[in-house]
Design a protein around this ligand. Structure first.
Ligand SMILES: [Zn+2]
Length: 196
């Protein structure tokens, strides 16, 4: 894993931090807007793990962080390549990279997963399992939060509209730089935009 993350040791003090895993998509961006609206100290983490849309996601996550005026860090895992669709253990990897890189002693890692997909790592069981792992590693100092795990995509989108989410800045397609209009994420986005 390579990338730019401010030296962790210097920052390991002070207030708890909320670190949102940002893919630049709608769900994680709603999560950023929500925790900011709650007055939390927020930073985002973008990880390029070889996903097909990494370049577009990175641009979107940078634009989202700039929009909200918050610090964003990026990390990159070299050597893997993925297409659209479920990526086994992706979220397990991402939350543990976030814990590895976590720049404070205490806080929360936020994941924008929502209900309505068949993916194992978008479930309440996954969140519970992750919290057990975090507890083992941190003695309860760092939590995982998935505020939308019980909400469907439409409810997350509605919340995003209420929070005046900058939807135009986000990127949803799993297949690459330009929206393919056929992957599940493109279809979801079109349906949401049509209904709003
Ligand atoms: Zn697509």
């Amino acid at each position: 894993v390579s990338g730019k993350f401010p030296r962790t040791e210097k920052r390991k003090s002070g207030e708890p931090l909320t670190l949102v895993l940002s893919s630049g998509g709608i769900d994680s961006t709603v999560a950023v807007a929500m925790v900011l609206s709650q007055g939390q100290a927020v930073e985002t983490l973008f990880v390029d793990y070889g996903q097909a849309a990494a370049a577009a996601e990175e641009r979107a996550s940078a634009a989202v962080a700039a929009h909200f005026g918050i610090q964003r860090c990026r990390l990159r895992l070299d050597g893997l390549a993925f297409g659209a669709g479920e990526i086994r253990a992706r979220n397990a990897f991402l939350v543990h990279v976030a814990l590895l890189a976590f720049p404070r002693n205490t806080g929360t890692v936020v994941l924008g997963i929502h209900a309505g997909t068949p993916y194992a790592d978008c479930s309440e069981a996954f969140v519970d399992e992750t919290q057990r792992s975090f507890d083992m590693h941190t003695g309860g100092a760092v939590s995982v939060s998935a505020p939308f795990v019980g909400m469907d995509k439409g409810a997350v989108f509605t919340l995003g509209l209420e929070l005046r989410l900058p939807i135009a800045l986000t990127h949803s397609c799993e297949a690459g730089d330009e929206p393919c209009m056929t992957c599940l994420s493109c279809q979801d986005r079109e349906a949401l935009l049509a209904s709003s």
